[in-house]
Design a protein around this ligand. Structure first.
Ligand code: BYC
Length: 342
C-alpha cells in the first residue's frame, strides 16, 4: 500500500538533470555572508543598505516600512477633515502642524524603503491599487471635534508604544527614521490629551462628546497593535531578525496599563466592563477584541476604506501637474547649467 510513496530514485540512473532529494547547500561565500549577518543581528548591530542581507529580511522590511509609510499618509485624512472646522485659531495651527508632520513621517519612511530597492512609485502604485496595507485605524470616521483629541491621545499613544521599540530595529535607516518620528508623535499625543482635558473642564455636552469619542476609538486602538501573538504569522521571524523587539500582545498590554491612569485623570470611562487590575499579574485584564471586525477592516471592508483610497488617488491625480512642473523646472535648470559649463 505504501510502495509508491517509498519509491526512491536510483542514483545510478539519475543523471545531472534529475531532481535532487536535497537542494544544493549554500556555497562557502554565501554561508560566510549569512554568518556575518546573523552575528551582526545577534550583537544588536545595525544592518545598512550597503550590507548583504537575506532576501526574506529585505522583503519583510519593505512590507512593514511601506505599510507604515502608507499609514502615515492615509492617517492625515481623518484629522485633515477637521482643519477647516477647528474651534479656534490655536487649535487649527496645532492640527495643521500635526497633519503636516504625518506627511513628513511618510516621506522619511518611503525614503527608508527606497534604500532597500523599492521605488516610491512602486509603493504608491501598490497603495492605490489596493494591494498594499495601511493601518486599520484610519478606516473609521471622525464624527466630532473630540475625535481629533482622542486620535492624538489614543491613536498616537498606541503608535508611540509600537514605534519606540522600532528605534532599536536592526535596519539602520528604519531605526534612525523612527527616532525623529517618535519625538514628533510624543508632541502629537500630548496635544490630543491637552485638548481633551480642556473639553472635560467644559460643559456637560463637551464631556459627553469626549466620552462618546473614547467609546468609539478604544477597541480599534487595541486592535491596532495587530493580531494576537498566536495568530501573527510574521512575529517570530521579525523578532529573530531584530525588526520587532516587543510582541503585539506585550505592546497592547503596555498600552492598556499606561492608558488606564490617564483615563482616570481625564475623567473618562474606558468602555470595557472586564477591564480591571490583576494583582497577581501586576497588569490589567481586559475584555475580548472583535478580531472579525478588525480583519474585515484590514481586508478593505471597514466603514471608510473606499473613501480613504479614493481620496488618496484623487490627491495623487490632482497633484500630477505639480510633479510635471517640478520635473520640467529641474530639466531646464540642468540644461542651463550644462550650457554654462560648456
Ligand atoms: N492594520 O504577523 P503580523 C501612525 C497585518 S501610523 C492593518 O502581526 P507584523 C499615525 C500585517 O501587516 C501607525 N494591517 O504582522 C499616523 C500582516 O499582513 P501582511 C502605523 C495590520 O508586521 C497618523 C498581518 O496583519 N504603524 O502612527 O509582524 C496619525 C499579520 O500581522 C495591522 C506601523 O505601521 C493593522 N493594525 O506586525 C496618527 C508600525 N496589524 O503584511 C498616527 C510598523 C497587523 O502579511 N508596523 N496587520 O499582508 C509594525 O509594527 C507591524 O507591521 C505591525 C504588524 C505590528 C503593525
Amino acid at each position: 500500500m505504501y510502495t509508491q510513496a517509498l519509491d526512491l530514485p536510483d542514483p545510478s540512473t539519475s543523471g545531472s538533470g534529475a531532481l535532487s532529494a536535497v537542494p544544493p547547500g549554500p556555497t562557502a561565500d554565501e554561508a560566510a555572508r549569512q554568518d556575518r549577518f546573523d552575528a551582526c543581528v545577534d550583537a544588536d548591530g545595525k544592518i545598512e543598505p550597503r550590507d548583504w542581507m537575506p532576501e526574506a529580511y529585505r522583503k519583510t522590511l519593505v512590507r512593514q516600512i511601506s505599510q507604515h509609510a502608507h499609514s502615515e499618509v492615509v492617517g492625515m485624512l481623518p484629522e485633515g477633515n477637521w482643519i477647516s472646522r477647528a474651534p479656534s485659531l490655536k487649535r487649527k495651527a496645532i492640527l495643521l502642524a500635526k497633519v503636516q508632520d504625518e506627511g513628513g513621517h511618510g516621506l522619511y519612511l518611503y525614503s527608508a524603503a527606497e534604500t532597500l530597492g523599492t521605488s516610491r512609485d512602486q509603493m504608491v502604485d501598490a497603495l492605490h491599487s489596493g494591494k498594499a496595507k495601511y493601518s486599520s485605524i484610519f478606516n473609521y470616521p471622525t464624527l466630532s471635534w473630540a475625535d481629533v483629541g482622542v486620535i492624538g491621545w489614543l491613536v498616537d499613544g498606541a503608535a508611540i508604544m509600537n514605534q519606540i521599540p522600532l528605534c532599536r530595529c536592526s535596519y539602520g535607516p528604519y531605526a534612525r527614521a523612527m527616532i525623529r518620528v517618535c519625538k514628533e508623535e510624543s508632541f502629537h499625543q500630548r496635544q490630543g490629551y491637552e485638548a481633551l482635558l480642556v473639553m472635560m473642564r467644559g460643559t456637560p455636552a463637551q464631556r459627553a462628546m469626549v466620552q462618546d469619542a473614547v467609546n468609539r476609538w478604544w477597541w480599534k486602538c487595541l486592535a491596532m497593535f495587530g493580531p494576537p501573538d498566536t495568530d501573527s504569522p510574521h512575529s517570530a521571524q521579525g523578532m529573530r531578525w531584530g525588526i520587532k523587539r516587543i510582541s503585539n500582545d506585550a505592546l497592547r498590554q503596555k498600552f492598556v496599563d499606561a492608558t488606564v491612569p490617564q483615563a482616570k485623570v481625564l475623567g473618562v470611562t474606558l468602555p470595557d466592563p472586564d477591564l480591571k487590575w490583576n494583582e497577581e499579574r501586576q497588569q490589567h485584564d481586559y475584555g475580548a477584541i472583535d478580531w472579525d471586525e478588525f480583519w474585515a477592516t484590514v481586508n478593505g471592508n471597514g466603514p471608510c476604506n473606499k473613501e480613504r483610497l479614493a481620496t488618496r488617488v484623487k490627491a495623487w491625480n490632482d497633484g500630477q501637474w505639480v510633479r510635471d512642473a517640478a520635473q520640467a523646472h529641474a530639466a531646464k535648470q540642468k540644461a542651463r547649467a550644462m550650457k554654462e559649463a560648456a
